[in-house]
Write a protein that binds this ligand. Structure first.
Ligand code: SF4
Ligand code: SF4
Length: 139
């Protein structure tokens, strides 16, 4: 579900994503990649989507935009995110005290164009344009 205030900032593709066996099979089929290439284990041995330099391994920056390269076979958590009408990920306390490292520098850039639940509709288009500029810089 794409939230009404989505600015396509790409912040949600830096989150940790858990995977079920069904989802792993679906991604293998949809991406032609083997599970060893995109699955890592958490501290309890449970499967997570691999991240590279802070991004999901299936996230691709192309010119002005960021995109999911397995959109049709993406995990359920990605399909359901944020699970409500308005995205407010930028307000999550996990972003409160980011230490300074290359990964977090990128997250801070994405945060600038991520909406809050209070973002007015007329500001969404402006934030989308700014997010596109960020991706151009990151490409
Ligand atoms: S974090 Fe929210 S606004 Fe940004 S791309 Fe994801 S859903 Fe859209
Ligand atoms: S699978 Fe696609 S939507 Fe989900 S985190 Fe990766 S790039 Fe983003």
């Amino acid at each position: 579900m794409i939230p009404q205030n989505c600015t396509f900032c790409g912040l949600c593709c830096t989150l940790t994503v858990r995977l079920s066996d069904n989802e792993i099979r679906r991604i293998e089929k949809g991406s032609s990649r083997k599970r060893e290439e995109f699955v890592v284990a958490d501290s309890d041995g449970k499967p997570l989507l691999k991240r590279e330099n802070g991004w999901c391994t299936f996230f691709k920056r192309e010119g002005k935009v960021g995109m999911c390269t397995i959109y049709d076979s993406r995990p359920d958590n990605c399909r359901d995110f944020p699970g409500k009408r308005l995205c407010d990920l930028a307000e999550n306390p996990i972003y409160g005290n980011l230490t300074i490292n290359p990964e977090n520098k990128r997250i801070k850039l994405l945060l600038k164009n991520a909406p809050t639940a209070a973002t007015k509709t007329e500001k969404v288009e402006e934030a989308k344009t700014k997010a596109e500029r960020t991706f151009t810089k990151l490409s």
